[in-house]
Structure formats: structure tokens, C-alpha cells
Design a protein around this ligand. Sequence first.
Ligand SMILES: [Ca+2]
Ligand SMILES: [Ca+2]
Length: 119
Amino acid sequence: MATSHEHTKIAISNGHIFIVWRDFRHNPQLVNSVYAQIMPVDEIGFFKPGDLNYDKALTLADVIGMVNYIFKGIEKYTPEGTLLVCDVNGDCKVSLVDVINLVNYLFKPGWPAPVGCPM
Ligand SMILES: [Ca+2]
Ligand SMILES: [Ca+2]
């Protein structure tokens, strides 16, 4: 199965989805900037609040990623779906409170699991 849009092509084959697109947001002059992503179909839409590196586990690496995102700016450290992924306490905002909640979840037994923004 395949479909297309002016700047996007999508195909599904052997349990994987293939997406190829051109991104003109940052520099419209770069008409040859083409990106691609391949992922298993059953992982579409998967995310776990706090799992910034999308490895399906909450670890210190996610805390570091969140700190980098909050304090070093979005250009270099923004993961896809930042609000959904970084919102650990479910208030639909990204702040230091989310970092503290994630640290508490990782290191304080019994601390509630991240809930994420209910949207
Ligand atoms: Ca992770
Ligand atoms: Ca939050």
C-alpha cells in the first residue's frame, strides 16, 4: 500500500511503514532536503511520557535529555512530540517540575508513574 502528498510519500510493506518527506520549514532554498523514517507498524503512535530517547524505558538518559531540552533550547534537543513526551506530571506543560517528577519516579520507590498530557 502506498500514498502520497505533494512533499510526502508513505508506503507500508512487510509490517513496516516507510515515510519519505521534504522539509521546507527551515530553508525553502534547500529543495533537495529529503528525510526518511522506517518503523514497525505496531509502534505507530507509541510513546511513554518521560521516554525522550524512545527506547521504551525510563532511565537517567531521559532525565538528561529533558534537562538539555529545557535549559539548552529546542533547536538542538527537541525530540519529536516534545510536549507529549516531556510532560511527566500531566499538566500539559514542560517545566523543571517534569524533571523532578521523573527523577523521583526513577529513584523513589512508590512514586507514581508518569502520566502525560491527557490532550
Ligand atoms: Ca528512554
Ligand atoms: Ca508537565
